[in-house]
Design a protein around this ligand. Structure first.
Ligand SMILES: O=C(O)c1ccccc1NCC(=O)[C@H](O)[C@H](O)COP(=O)(O)O
Length: 262
């Protein structure tokens, strides 16, 4: 079993518990009380490098990264540095995240929020929107074509912007087939955890103009971000380097500035 399969199996078990507690119809009813989703795309399309700053406590590849006792305070620091969106990892077993983090961050900042999780069901998309998320992640490697198309359509129907994540050439083709406008190249192979720093440059060349390209994983600071911007990244998604930095506001600003004048 690959690392990704193992994570998804755990996600499905935790999901079954939540679904037994709160049926889908109840989550759907919660949508009536939520503000409309914010649109991050104008900021992502603006000149210069945009940044999605991630709230990430631990990971399968690196173990513990940062305690983050107050995710709202971290998100507020990211927003002060000019983060264009905030990614909240909600997976519990491997990343120590939770939906409670999503709710806390939503209450703290007006910035668009990405629910970062291993989304394999409509229920998770409803949870994301009910929790105030504006974007959701779909990982191509975790979904077959039919599920990818269904979940993409459901997410868009809920008003969510969808970050469709790929790691190889075949996945780029599958992402483009669903009509995504926001495509992330994860340098990390989620099946093996190996990071390929050349993946973004290689795969971005296959993506038509007009589609917003996100460089994800392994970005250690402004110089890595500047390199990806030079290879065509519109957006950088950064977790580890920000949660480990003692001054996340300045760290966010420095990475955004790495893409040139805005
Ligand atoms: O980060 C991991 O080890 C990981 C392992 C398996 C599946 C997903 C994983 N990470 C999710 C991400 O995509 C990253 O959190 C995100 O791109 C930020 O990466 P980084 O800046 O390297 O923390």
């Amino acid at each position: 079993m690959s690392v990704l399969d193992d994570i998804v199996a755990g996600v499905r078990e935790d999901l079954a518990v939540r679904q037994a507690r709160t049926p889908l119809a109840e989550v759907r009813a919660q949508l009536a009380d939520v503000d409309p989703a914010r649109d991050p795309m104008p900021a992502f399309r603006a000149p210069g490098l945009s940044l999605i700053a991630e709230v990430k406590r631990r990971s399968p590849s690196k173990g513990a990264l940062a305690d983050i006792p107050d995710p709202a305070a971290l998100a507020t620091a990211y927003a002060a540095g000019g983060a264009d969106a905030i990614s909240v990892l909600t997976e519990e077993r491997r990343f120590s995240g939770s939906l409670a983090d999503l709710y806390a961050v939503r209450a703290a900042v007006p910035t668009p929020i990405l629910r970062k999780d291993f989304i394999v069901t409509e229920y998770q998309l409803l949870e994301a929107r009910a929790g105030g998320a504006d974007l959701a992640l779909l990982i191509v490697a975790a979904l077959d074509d039919a599920a990818l198309a269904d979940l993409y359509a459901t997410a868009r129907g809920l008003g969510l912007t969808v970050l469709v994540e790929v790691h190889d050439e075949d996945e780029v083709e599958r992402a483009l087939a669903v009509g995504t406008e926001l495509l992330g190249v994860n340098a990390r192979n989620l099946k093996t955890l190996e990071v390929d720093p050349d993946a973004f440059g290689r795969l971005a060349a296959l993506v038509p103009d007009g589609i917003v390209k996100v460089a994800e994983s392994g970005i250690g600071g402004p110089s890595d971000a500047g390199r990806f911007a030079a290879q065509g990244a519109d957006v950088a998604l950064v977790g580890e380097a920000l949660v480990k930095d003692g001054d996340p506001t300045s760290a966010v600003a420095a990475i955004r500035n790495a893409g040139g004048a805005r």
